[in-house]
Design a protein. Structure first.
Length: 180
């Protein structure tokens, strides 16, 4: 369910774009992002950082798109989000005692420290590359192609990366030897 919630703004952006164009789609994405943050605050009394950063960037860059009637700003949003995530992953190598990926998955996986660091840097590199890929598509192709890439291309690349990570992890995860 959380995965659907994470992809809801982009999915609704895509649908609104197909029916009403980039500016309506941008307004929809802003409304959904802010609505998700408000809902999380109302329901749990707190908001996780990822949706907060994403909503903040959507409000700023989407708002600039609407104010200036220029879709350049909203085209930068996926890159900004991905580069913020890349910086957070890199920064976690030096701040906080553990790489971010270990904080996220460490309760479920037991891995050597070197593997955690490699995995963390792989995620940082992936997010940096996704930011570059978005810029390439956003500014070298038409809006239809970029919107399709934003939903299907980025999601497909993310899925492929996660699967590659799973294959990599199978070499390092210790088998459970307890009999059930």
């Amino acid at each position: 369910m959380k995965l659907l919630a994470d992809f809801l703004p982009i999915l609704l952006f895509f649908v609104a774009y197909k029916f009403s164009g980039i500016f309506v789609a941008t307004a929809v994405a802003i409304a959904v992002s802010v609505g998700q943050v408000a809902w999380a605050w109302f329901r749990h009394g707190k908001v996780e950082r990822m949706p907060l950063v994403t909503a903040g960037l959507m409000v700023v860059l989407g708002g600039a798109t609407l104010a200036f009637h220029d879709d350049t700003f909203v085209r930068w949003k996926p890159t900004a989000v991905n580069w913020v995530f890349a910086l957070v992953f890199v920064g976690s190598q030096f701040i906080g005692g553990q790489p971010l990926i270990r904080r996220m998955l460490g309760a479920n996986l037991e891995l050597p420290e070197a593997v955690w660091r490699k995995l963390n840097l792989a995620w940082a590199s992936f997010f940096a590359a996704m930011g570059v890929a978005n810029l390439y598509v956003a500014f070298n192709f038409d809006t239809d192609t970029w919107v399709n890439f934003k939903l299907f291309g980025m999601m497909g690349l993310t899925l492929a990366f996660v699967l590659a990570q799973a294959v990599y992890l199978t070499r390092h995860v210790k088998a459970d030897t307890k009999e059930q």
